[in-house]
Design a protein around this ligand. Sequence first.
Ligand code: PMV
Length: 320
Amino acid sequence: MTVVTATASGKIILFGEHAVVYGQPAIAAPVTDVRATVQISPPTQADSDHILFIAPDLGANYTLDNAPEDDALARAVQLTAELYPGSLPPMIITVSSDIPIASGLGSGAAMAAAMFRALGQFLHLPPLHQAETICQLTYEIERIHHGTPSGIDNTVVTYEQPVFFQRQQPTNRIDRLPVGQPLTLLIADTGQRSATKDVVGDVRRQWEANPAKFNQLFTQCGQLTLAAQTAIAHGQQAELGHLLSQNHALLQQMSVSNEALDRLVAAAAAAGALGAKLSGAGRGGNMIALVTPTQQTAVQDALYQAGATNVIPTTIHPTL
Ligand code: PMV
């Protein structure tokens, strides 16, 4: 068995986070410049009986047998074992990622997808060569992080395409998103970590306490997503920027923004961004700003001045 390596990209949600959990459509895109990487190699003599996990960035090193119960990497191996004829061979699984964790960029989903891809190659396991299976299994891992994930993160990360996504029975609606013109976005980090599961749980409590208000907010998010789909297809950037800012206002009403996110959104707008919003679960993590190439540097500088700990520029390229 030879050494194999697989990766998966991060993601941003452009429209519809939270509302997507309640069946409204949402739009998300991969961020291919930041990735999770998994390398699997045959064991060395000293650890020849074990499946060993190594995360150099975290200083972590443990075997499958002594992994914590809710460990996502161990769970991925266990799910793979259910598909594998016989018992899994020993191996060394080394993971790394440049996607910031707990910040709305899909780090957990990317790590899981990279893990299943690498296991598929290392074990020559045909089901793990299929995107659909990777997507489903990654969803199972997302349940550890999220509780009730909508399915959007695992979908974007697996297919690495901008998607229009709607959670529905019996199968989710996943459409490729036509993109008429390149979209330049800046992704700015508040530096604050936020657990998606907690924020999603809190939105659920608020929805239960005030269903009329929250159903209306979710419906309005869905309408923005539909309008954005058209604007993206036709390259209507000014309109798109406007829709992003409107989505941020709805997220504020759900109480998932915070002072740091609002500060970055305001700074982007003041520096000439076409629109800006938080992206992902909120209460920390990242925000996104839509810019024209000429505004990019000014908005990037303004974001750093307003306290961003990191700014990642990314481009969503036109599709047919
Ligand atoms: O993982 P995050 O922080 O990007 O949040 C995912 C988006 C939510 O809509 C808040 C939750 C979900 O499962 O869709």
